[in-house]
Design a protein around this ligand. Structure first.
Ligand code: NAP
Length: 225
């Protein structure tokens, strides 16, 4: 059965990239890219990630197995326009997804078909529509919300996410773009509950997978009486 999953690499203090780069100049020299490169370093050193990018080498280790598992489980992807724009050049003619990708954006654009099974469809009527289109295209496999954080947060907020996997890098960035920020639509007496289903430790990164249980009221325990 198709699940909607998301995974993101984050620092110990919850940042998936450095502070947002909006100004002039190259993204690559910005603080945003420096934070992003640090929290995703574990992936770029893994053999399975490098194979998908057409790069040789890398380590065949538990991190590589987790990347291979994620690629294998996904039948379609959803991503934000900023991630899609940022990847367009580095992913090249044969992007690593090998599946349909639905890009959520306000900017209409013709569908782009690349080699190796990847296509990019630009969806302008919101996150729920993108997830529904990805579900229809996933052939019974999972819909993977690939990022960035804005997209993962919106899917979680909308109650559309079944599983969240955080790859927690052992680093404190202190500033940047935070995945679980105040924009989750929760009132002060409500929370989103999750159930850990797998924890895989590695010196470079800790992989924590959660099933998303859903919204629940915050209640007092016996100390409140
Ligand atoms: N740490 C990780 O694992 C990881 C993974 C992936 C990406 N990243 C990093 O994350 C950063 C990008 O993340 P981000 O959160 O800034 O951006 P994002 O989620 O990739 O894209 C956000 C953009 O998508 C469009 N969008 C989002 N929601 C929409 C909606 N409901 N309706 C219409 N359009 C919508 C908007 O673009 P428009 O309005 O302009 O169309 C918005 O500016 C990059 O630095 C990337 O490298 C990190």
């Amino acid at each position: 059965m198709t699940k909607v999953t998301a995974q993101l690499s984050v620092s110990l203090d919850g940042f998936y990239a450095g502070p947002r780069h909006d100004g002039n100049g190259d993204w690559i020299t910005s603080a945003e890219s420096h934070g992003f490169y640090r929290v995703t370093r574990w992936a770029t050193e893994a053999m399975a990630w490098r194979e998908r990018q057409g790069i040789t080498g890398g380590r065949r280790d538990v991190n590589s197995e987790i990347i291979a598992e994620s690629f294998g489980a996904a039948g379609a992807y959803v991503m934000g326009r900023r991630m899609a724009d940022g990847g367009e050049v580095p992913w090249g003619d044969e992007p690593p997804f090998r599946a349909p990708v639905f890009v959520v954006t306000h900017r209409p654009r013709e569908r782009v078909v690349r080699q190796g099974g990847t296509s990019f469809t630009y969806v302008t009527d919101g996150v729920a529509s993108a997830v529904a289109q990805a579900r229809a295209a996933a052939g019974g496999k999972d819909v993977a919300v690939a990022g960035g954080g804005s997209l993962v947060r919106q899917v979680l907020r909308a109650g559309l996410l079944d599983e969240l996997e955080l790859h927690v890098a052992p680093v404190v960035l202190g500033t940047g773009m935070r995945l679980l920020d105040a924009d989750l639509g929760l009132d002060e007496f409500e929370a989103i509950e999750l159930t850990p289903t797998r924890v895989v430790p590695d010196p470079q990164v800790t992989h924590i997978r959660y099933a998303v249980t859903g919204r629940a009221p915050l209640t007092l325990d016996s100390r409140g009486r």
